[in-house]
Ligand binder design. Structure first.
Ligand code: ADP
Ligand code: MG
Length: 330
């Protein structure tokens, strides 16, 4: 009887060994989530290992962790630093993306994030740091980072420079967690790190993973969902992380050219790409560049986007052509 029951279940593709394993944990100061569909034992073990990998990478790439490569670099006073392969890879990718986005994406904006108070969010910030912006702007620029491929060293040319991978590390870490799952033999899974997501395989119901795009003006609402398979998705907005100075809101995405937090009519940029590092960084870059320039960047990276802008009556949604057929509106 038991055997027959087991057989029927296997024929239906849902033997007791198969199922869905879901785990949530805090990583990189945000909520991490891994969902794995398939053999339960395999899923349980690989989900655990995916989280271990994410934590390992956080220790290397975080701006805040004391012994991270980033902290070492930011205290290096202009001398070369031998970094882990992973750090080298992310910094190299960040520079490439900077070059392909007219410098809109730039990990050297860190000194500006500091003077705008984004590293000490509990402290009140009384005024716009006009003088400091002038002083810190010369420290910004991807060309001031020197990479030595053979030695795997990174040098920040100016001793007062600093870098912050906040706009790219989450995406990279999602990709690495997916690698761990794939190598273990997992075919169907989702990794989500604070909204930076990779959708591997067919999803829970074999009809693709459905990912919601949040309404930037109402966190309780979803404006659309995308149906994704083997794709990454990431969103940037100024609506969650901002500082208020004399009643005015300043968001955490800095325009490297002006030193000011970006102010335009964009409410959020969602990018769909083949990997999450690209999706993460391009969301930030296109937020800076705006929709027109953003469109040509999308083409360069074979990426797609949903850009939500402020309109006279509420919001306007722009959807790139490649997403038609994958998007459902609410
Ligand atoms: P979130 O961290 O909320 O997902 P983003 O992916 O858009 O948002 O990344 C924003 C973070 O990127 C900022 O908190 C900061 O660390 C960093 N950053 C800000 N401006 C830039 C920029 N122009 N280029 C690269 N990184 C940036
Ligand atoms: Mg980003």
């Amino acid at each position: 009887m038991r055997i027959i029951f087991f057989l029927i279940l296997s024929l239906l593709g849902c033997s007791p060994k198969m199922g869905i394993i879901e785990k949530k944990e805090f990583v990189l100061g945000t909520l991490g989530e891994v969902i794995c569909v398939g053999n339960r034992d395999l899923c349980r073990e690989s989900v655990k290992r995916a989280f271990q990998e994410m934590e390992r990478l956080e220790d290397i790439l975080s701006y805040f962790k004391k012994n991270s490569d980033i902290n070492l670099l930011n205290n290096s006073q202009g001398s070369p630093v031998s970094v882990k392969e992973e750090t080298f890879e992310v910094v190299k990718k960040a520079i490439e993306i900077s070059q392909k986005t007219e410098g809109a994406f730039d990990i050297t904006v860190s000194p500006l994030l500091k003077i705008w108070g984004f590293y000490e969010r509990e402290k009140p910030f009384p005024e716009v740091p006009l003088e400091l912006i002038k002083e810190k702007l010369p420290l910004v620029g991807g060309d001031k980072i020197i990479l030595e491929e053979m030695k795997k060293t990174v040098t920040l040319k100016n001793s007062s420079m600093a870098i912050d991978l906040g706009g790219i590390a989450k995406g990279y870490i999602v990709d690495r967690a997916i690698d761990i799952l794939k190598k273990a033999g997992v075919k169907n899974a989702l990794v989500n790190l604070g909204g930076d997501i990779f959708c591997l395989g067919e999803g829970k119901d074999k009809r693709g993973w459905r990912v919601g795009i949040q309404d930037p003006l109402n966190s309780q609402k979803i404006v659309a969902t995308l149906n994704l398979k083997d794709k990454a998705i990431a969103t940037s907005g100024q609506y969650e992380n901002f500082r208020e100075i004399q009643g005015k809101r300043f968001g955490h995405i800095i325009d490297p050219k002006t030193g000011y937090p970006v102010e335009n009519n964009i409410l959020s940029v969602t990018i769909v790409a083949d990997n999450c590092l690209t999706a993460d960084a391009l969301a930030t870059a296109i937020f800076v560049l705006g929709k027109e320039k953003g469109e040509s960047v999308l083409q360069d990276f074979s990426a797609e986007a949903v850009i939500i802008t402020r309109a006279e009556k509420g919001e306007h949604l722009w959807v790139s052509p490649g997403l038609k057929g994958k998007i459902s509106y609410y």
